[in-house]
Design a protein around this ligand. Structure first.
Ligand SMILES: *Cc1c(COP(=O)(O)O)cnc(C)c1O
Length: 362
């Protein structure tokens, strides 16, 4: 394939999107109140439920993942109740802020960047206080840490009035996630990370419990009112005009993902993680994320001992046709991230790593 000056994306979102998927967006436009649209929506429902491993339903949102953060917090936390947010990096921190800015009462369990929130921490907190929701980030993209979502779910499920809300924006379809088996009430994701789609559309699995809760919340707002979205979904539709071109792309991408097999996809990402770790350790870098919790979709390479110039690295790699990350927020430069998510194959990752070797002069 020729890339004509295009730099392939090795950043943790948006990720590189395959040509076939980009082209699926160029189908003729259809009206969103047409039967053709209802068919598209119904097809997507079936495939999304398989991808999320849920029997319930999956909302399709004309927003990025951030919009669904707001929707989840707004619809699931009652005014006189509290939310518990598990915070371990930039994204989990921001979701807690979103809940606060929507007027919700928020407690946080905060660990150092690079560390993981554990089931024990959640168990302790739930013994002391009653919460309407526990909000966890599956894959903390800023630090390359994947949380024990299944084990945390086992704790949360002991509290029938507490909903379990999971941001899987950079984990979904790259790192293992089983919505129904793991007792997850909402799993929300964007399109442009491990899903391998362009940005602009987001998805969330929604349990019946979520809708029961939403019915008890007075100010659900308008755009992300889950009761309204559910009413439309039952008619294979959306309350307002959806991103139809992106839905064409998702329809095609889900066919390819289900053909690969969701579990095979998880395994492919674990393998790319191991390739990246082996490379990092053998070149005297570290891996920033806590051992035992390292992400299958993004590695934050610990640059603190070797201290390469990440700007020079990114510039060099740009010349090789790759767009690289230089680290996020307060760990920028101390780390740089290699995203091995979406449809990236081992062969591309090998090219990236050998490009980095050339930069290092090894
Ligand atoms: C990128 C990201 C978000 C924000 O998603 P947008 O689609 O940019 O709104 C939220 N959570 C995590 C873990 C992310 O990686």
């Amino acid at each position: 394939m020729s890339y004509d000056g295009h730099k392939r994306l090795v950043i943790p979102g948006p990720v590189e999107v395959r040509q076939e998927i980009l082209e699926a967006q160029t189908q003729w436009m259809i009206g969103h109140r047409s039967t053709a649209f209802a068919d598209l929506f119904a097809r997507l429902q079936t495939k999304l439920k398989q991808a999320f491993m849920t029997q319930s339903r999956v909302f399709v949102s004309g927003s990025s993942g951030t919009g669904l953060w707001e929707g989840a917090s707004r619809n699931c936390i009652r005014d006189d109740k509290k939310a518990l947010h598990l915070v371990s990096g930039a994204f989990s921190e921001r979701w807690a802020e979103v809940s606060q800015l929507n007027g919700k009462q928020v407690d946080v369990i905060k660990v150092e960047w690079g560390e993981a929130n554990t089931p024990e921490m959640v168990a302790d907190a739930l013994k002391k206080e009653t919460y309407d929701v526990v909000c966890a980030v599956h894959n903390e993209t800023s630090t390359g840490v994947t949380h024990p979502i299944k084990a945390i779910g086992e704790i949360v499920r002991q509290y029938p009035d507490t909903l379990y809300l999971v941001d899987t924006v950079s984990g979904f379809l790259g790192a293992e996630l089983r919505v129904d088996d793991w007792g997850i009430d909402i799993a929300l994701t964007s399109s442009q990370k491990a899903f391998g789609l362009p940005p602009g559309i987001a998805f969330a699995s929604i349990s019946d419990r979520v809708l029961e809760r939403a019915a008890q919340v007075k100010n659900r707002g308008y755009y992300f009112d889950f009761i309204e979205i559910e009413a439309s979904l039952k008619k294979n539709n959306t309350p307002s005009t959806p991103p139809i071109s992106l839905m064409f792309a998702a329809d095609r991408q889900l066919d390819d993902i289900l053909a690969e097999g969701v579990e095979n996809r998880w395994a492919r990402h674990l393998h790319m993680r191991d390739m990246t770790h082996n490379w990092a350790f053998s070149r005297d870098f570290g891996v920033f994320g806590q051992e035992g919790y390292r992400s299958p979709t993004v590695t934050a390479v610990d640059n603190r001992t070797k201290n390469i110039d990440v700007d020079q690295m990114a510039k060099f790699m740009g010349g090789k046709g790759f767009s690289m990350d230089k680290g996020y927020g307060k760990i920028k430069g101390k780390t740089f991230r290699i995203a091995h998510m979406g449809d990236m194959q081992n062969s591309t990752l090998e090219e990236v790593l050998s490009g980095l070797d050339e930069f290092l002069g090894v």
